[in-house]
Design a protein around this ligand. Structure first.
Ligand code: SDX
Length: 437
């Protein structure tokens, strides 16, 4: 590493085939790893970088979320996740992610009112649900219905208009609970519940999910607080797979509703947001504490593709700070519901204890992640496992749309178009069918 005259640090690569050297600047962030600016690498060397899975690649500059994987730190606009989970509310965290600062009292009141006023969906949208089978996975419904929003809100799809960008963001954050609750209601054959403007964001979601037109439904304030906290814990997480999907889709100029639908599709995978559903299935499959050793053995067996769902993370090589808050919330919710002996929680805690003392997990730095405990809480609250990733998508929408907005407003933004290392056939002549033997 050397320094240029103006004090910029640089790194120089030498191609041993030609002796040619290329020097590239090192850019420093406010905190965290610096980056090597390789934008001129191909022009000067004729080589691409190669980084499948982007384990060493910074795709953008961002000011929204910072993660220190070694220390288990997660900051949203500089505020730590444990402070936000303990002292803030999800609508306030939404304002913070979108605008870069915590709202004043007046801003908070206005933003809360905007979300309440945008919570209804176009009445025609309810017709979409009847096209699905009742047993359709709710994530399939979310992909379809959210993508269809662009067919209803033409007045907020001009990505170059900051006013339209803002309205689209508000509409998406406000309508996701309604769309998600409708997906649940459709799966259980109950009528859709309209949102109520006298309820908070989390209260409204629980009311639309578990209330019915037949009788008044009183939302349990402890469950509403837990729901709000779970939403905060899932709000944003730097350049994860689904956020990168939203950014890449948005880089082509696609409308925000289509980009969020792409993010939902990416989140669905069991290696990502689908892990919360997979964790519960895994715990139910384990069935009892005495079957844990076998499960841990299988997770370590290279010939067995079984993995401990809810463990491990691309960035966290320490305990996921969200998992710690989630575990505490788990005890609070089970306590509030009077659930004394939840076998799945016993299995989860014993599995965590064993894994954290096992050489394999220690050496590979595999710790529980955000998905490990969330499913137990959500099950206790009455959600079916098929709804777990829907709740993740509901909460992550603010992160996706904040990152999308930051990308659109980034002056260096251009369409994302990675290259490749090609190892296929070189040019060959077409052979007509009659001559192929
Ligand atoms: C989320 O990126 C984000 O920020 C995501 C997220 C967010 O908020 O957006 O945090 C949300 O997606 C959390 C992760 C949820 N997924 C799971 O819980 C699924 C189980 N976990 C794994 O599939 C895995 O840990 C990943 C996908 C999360 C991370 O995989 P990496 O970083 O690509 O690491 P890897 O698969 O290369 O694993 C490294 C080693 C491997 O062994 P070796 O090949 O080096 O010998 O660790 C092993 C893996 O076999 N390993 C596991 C394991 N996870 C990794 N072994 C057993 N059980 C596991 N869970």
């Amino acid at each position: 590493m050397t320094q240029t005259k103006d004090g910029t640090n640089t790194v120089t690569l030498t191609d041993n085939r030609t002796g040619k050297q290329v020097t590239m600047p090192i850019l420093d962030g406010k905190v965290g790893p610096s980056v090597i600016d390789i934008r001129k690498l191909y022009a000067e060397t004729g080589c691409f970088t190669y980084d499948p899975g982007f384990t060493s690649t910074g795709s953008c500059e961002s000011q929204i979320t910072y993660i220190d994987g070694d220390e288990g730190v997660l900051l949203h606009r500089g505020y730590s996740i444990d402070e936000l989970a303990a002292q803030s509310t999800f609508p306030e965290v939404c304002f913070l992610l979108l605008n870069g600062h915590l709202p004043t009292a007046a801003e908070s009141t206005e933003f809360d009112s905007i979300l309440r006023r945008h919570s209804m969906v176009h009445e025609q949208l309810t017709k979409f649900y009847t096209g699905f089978r009742r047993d359709a996975h709710p994530m399939a419904i979310m992909c379809g219905v959210v993508g269809a929003l662009s067919a209803f809100y033409h007045d907020s799809t001009d990505i170059n208009d900051p006013v339209e960008r803002k309205i689209a963001a508000h509409r998406l954050i406000a309508k996701m609970p309604t769309i998600a609750a409708m997906a649940y209601k459709y799966s259980v054959g109950q009528p859709f519940m309209y949102p109520r403007n006298d309820l908070s964001y989390a209260e409204n979601f629980l009311y639309m999910t578990f209330g019915t037109p037949c009788e008044p439904y009183k939302v349990n304030p402890v469950l509403a607080k837990a729901m709000d906290k779970i939403f905060i814990l899932h709000a944003d997480h730097e350049q994860n797979a689904s956020t990168s999907t939203v950014r890449l889709a948005g880089s082509s100029g696609a409308n925000p509703f289509a980009c969020i639908a792409a993010g939902i599709a990416s989140l669905w995978g069991p290696a990502h947001g689908g892990a919360n559903e997979a964790v519960l299935k895994m715990l139910e499959e384990i069935g009892s504490v005495d079957r844990i050793p076998e499960c841990v053995r299988r997770a370590k067996d290279k010939n067995d593709n079984f993995r401990l769902m809810g463990f491990g993370h691309r960035v966290y090589k320490n305990y996921d700070p969200r998992a710690q808050v989630m575990r505490q919330a788990c005890h609070e919710v089970l306590g509030e519901l009077g659930i004394k002996d939840e076998p799945l929680l016993d299995i989860a805690m014993e599995l965590e204890r064993i894994a954290l003392t096992d050489e394999y997990f220690i050496e590979k730095k595999l710790y529980p992640n955000v998905d490990f405990y969330s499913g137990i809480i959500l099950k206790a609250m009455g959600f079916p496992t098929s709804m777990f990733t829907v709740l993740f998508a509901l909460a992550r929408t603010v992160g996706w749309i904040s990152q999308w907005k930051e990308m659109i407003e980034d002056p260096v933004q251009k369409i994302g178009r990675p290259r490749q290392l090609y190892t296929g056939e070189t040019k060959r002549t077409f052979v007509p069918l009659a001559e192929r033997g």
